[in-house]
Design a binder for this molecule. Structure first.
Ligand SMILES: [Zn+2]
Ligand SMILES: [Zn+2]
Length: 428
């Protein structure tokens, strides 16, 4: 019996893998332009890192982590997100001592044991960025503009950026108490989930998706009316910088995040084409997190995009991404080898073209007819035929697959570089 993949885990194949790679490359290009250096993070971390960083009472830590004991008894977890690991690395390597401002980005798989659905898989891919050492609103505006530029570079048009301020240690605790008291007084009208979490995590009342619960909390107190002067000024400055840049956003006073470490600016990006999970990315400021993980008192702000979700949003914005990717996977040249005597010459020619950056499919050991059928199926534009006659003349025959026309002995085997590319009909 054959073995299938674990539920919720998928293989990225052909054009789909190609689209994911294009998205990651486009995002990384933008991030490098913004001065972020890549950090290649481990997949596994000590469980306590996520428990401390994300918060013991969050859904992620309570229910969704892949946690197990290593052979030496250490409790380890497949990373459910990237920020905690980046902060751990920052603290471990004292990166702030080399430069008080650190910009890092990462790409790679994350793991959460959630119910699989469209746009949600148990192994999913993220590209994320973190900026440390800057508390000023300019940093927030820069990071938000960067997130917008990632969307533009990927090709996701029409995405909505929702922003809010979550306050800070000076103003949020009092607000949290007020919201909690408000929620407890109305516990019987809340959904089951909120009736429970109002005791531990009352902020989540605001982003509950249950329609009846939303109605019950329609007039709940909002943080925007409880921000301290400094948080209010910070948020106003971020918005005015975004306005000046022409970066589109909407203020959503009910936007809160599932993670305990966020303060002040927080944001979520939604796009069409994702079904029930509308967010393609999210982020925010987490000024207390570095210290909370044993590091110095350094502020941080960052975001992460889901690569699979960006792919869905891209498909909605510009249908046919996978078809375009499939086209890019077609070989530019298909070399048909006829007979053992032609093999060495054909292989040398293929290698020369490949080293010039051309995608070449090499195939032989069958009839020309069968090789042509395969070249056609792969969408190869041209076939270079290398047989006995060609080897004797040291020139290959080129078949134009669109016009179905042979150019006898057209390609001189001794050509190289641009001349060779032109001879086989590839744009240098
Ligand atoms: Zn609820
Ligand atoms: Zn405040």
């Amino acid at each position: 019996m054959s073995i299938s993949a674990v539920k919720g885990f998928r293989d990225g194949l052909g054009p789909a893998a190609c689209v994911s790679r294009q998205i990651e490359d486009a995002a990384a290009g933008v991030l490098r332009g913004y001065g972020f250096d890549e950090i290649r993070l481990p997949i596994l971390e000590r469980t306590e890192l996520f428990a401390r960083a994300i918060g013991e009472t969050t859904d992620i830590v309570e229910k969704e982590m892949y946690t197990f004991e290593d052979r030496d008894g250490t409790l380890i977890t497949l990373r459910p997100e990237g920020t905690a690991s980046v902060v751990r690395a920052l603290v471990e390597h004292h990166l702030d001592q080399k430069d008080p401002i650190t910009r890092l980005y990462y790409t790679g798989p994350m793991f959460r044991h959630e119910r699989p659905q469209k746009g949600r898989h148990r192994q999913f891919y993220q590209v994320g960025a973190e900026l440390f050492g800057r508390e000023d609103p300019l940093a927030d505006a820069e990071v938000l503009a960067c997130a917008r530029d990632v969307l533009d570079a990927v090709g996701v048009r029409g995405a909505r950026m929702l922003i809010n301020s979550l306050g800070d240690g000076a103003c949020r605790p009092a607000y949290r108490d007020a919201l909690q008291a408000w929620g407890i007084a109305r516990r019987d009208r809340l959904c089951k989930n909120c009736a429970r979490r109002v005791d531990k995590n009352p902020l989540r009342l605001l982003d509950c998706k249950d329609p009846k619960c939303r109605e019950a909390t329609a007039d709940a107190p909002l943080l925007k009316d409880h921000l301290c002067g400094e948080c209010d000024d910070h948020f106003a400055r971020v918005r005015s910088l975004l306005d000046a840049l022409g970066v589109a956003y909407e203020v959503d006073p009910r936007l809160v995040r599932g993670l305990d470490y966020y303060v002040r600016t927080t944001f979520e990006i939604t796009a069409d084409g994702l079904g029930a999970v509308a967010a393609v990315g999210a982020g925010g400021r987490y000024d207390g997190l570095v210290a909370q993980l044993g590091g110095p008192k350094i502020s941080g702000i960052g975001f992460a995009f889901g690569v699979d979700r960006l792919a869905l949003a891209l498909e909605a914005a510009q249908p046919g991404a996978e078809d375009r990717a499939a086209e890019s996977l077609a070989p530019a040249v298909f070399i048909a080898v006829l007979g053992a005597d032609a093999e060495a010459e054909a292989l040398a020619l293929a290698r020369k073209l490949r080293r010039l950056g051309t995608r070449v499919e090499l195939d032989g050991g069958r009839s020309l007819k069968s090789l042509m059928r395969r070249a056609d199926r792969l969408g190869a534009g041209r076939v270079l035929i290398v047989g006995e006659e060609e080897v004797a003349a040291r020139r290959g025959t080129l078949r134009d697959m669109i016009e179905k026309r042979d150019d006898k002995l057209a390609v001189d085997f001794d050509l190289d570089g641009e001349a060779l590319l032109l001879a086989v009909g590839v744009e240098p």
